[in-house]
Design a binder for this molecule. Structure first.
Ligand code: SF4
Ligand code: SF4
Length: 132
């Protein structure tokens, strides 16, 4: 959906970190060290907010069903048209990415906001955080 973000990743340093991560997991398994993992975050967790908008399908849609197949929460149904349940959709964008016809899009006000955000993030390089 925003290929300019994290362009070129994973790079060699990312892959080296993944290899080290795998080695550390093996070490931990060998030693049977199963301590709890602390992951930073905001507590208490907030209730998930339901989307007020969802991706939509344009006239280019040929009802192939790929979007419904990949949707992790089964929010999409294809009857006469492609329908998306806003009570289930959490805007992961998998359906947009998979659509072979480029028919699945965000509604214009949201897509404009996403473009602005992508523009701000495209030169940001975040490091990996590993929890083991
Ligand atoms: S993947 Fe695209 S073309 Fe296929 S049903 Fe979904 S919106 Fe339509
Ligand atoms: S954005 Fe994600 S959750 Fe929403 S309909 Fe598409 S695949 Fe399903």
């Amino acid at each position: 959906m925003a290929p300019e973000i994290a362009k070129g990743r994973p790079e060699e340093t990312d892959l080296a970190e993944v290899r080290n991560y795998a080695r550390d997991i093996l070490k931990k398994l060998d030693k049977a060290e199963f301590s709890s993992v602390n992951v930073p975050g905001n507590f208490p967790y907030k209730e998930i907010k339901k989307s007020i908008v969802t991706p939509i399908s344009t006239d280019m849609c040929n009802k192939c069903g790929e979007c419904a197949r990949v949707c992790p929460v089964e929010a999409i149904s294809i009857k006469g048209s492609v329908e998306t349940d806003p009570g289930k959709c959490f805007l992961c964008a998998s359906c947009i990415k998979v659509c072979p016809m480029d028919a699945r899009i965000l509604p214009p006000p949201l897509s404009e906001g996403m473009k602005k955000m992508a523009e701000m993030l495209k030169n940001t390089r975040n490091g990996n955080e590993i929890f083991i």
